[in-house]
Design a protein. Sequence first.
Length: 84
Amino acid sequence: MDNKKLFVGNLPWTVTSDSLREMFAEFGEIVEAMLITDRETGRSKGFGFVTFTTEEAAQAAISAKNNSDLEGRPMVVNVAKPKE
């Protein structure tokens, strides 16, 4: 299991892939920051994924950001589960 890839949920519609990357950059080097969008409308689905180069950076991000407030919404940040 890849403990470097994080699921980030309950995001406001205003968040972009770039702002997602900026939000987590303080914790370490980011390989990828991807916001999931609706194919037809292009609108955010309210969640995304951030992949770090190290597990330590990912754990630091979880500790600091899980349940933290973003525009009045408690963010959900945890290790991404592989697709079933």
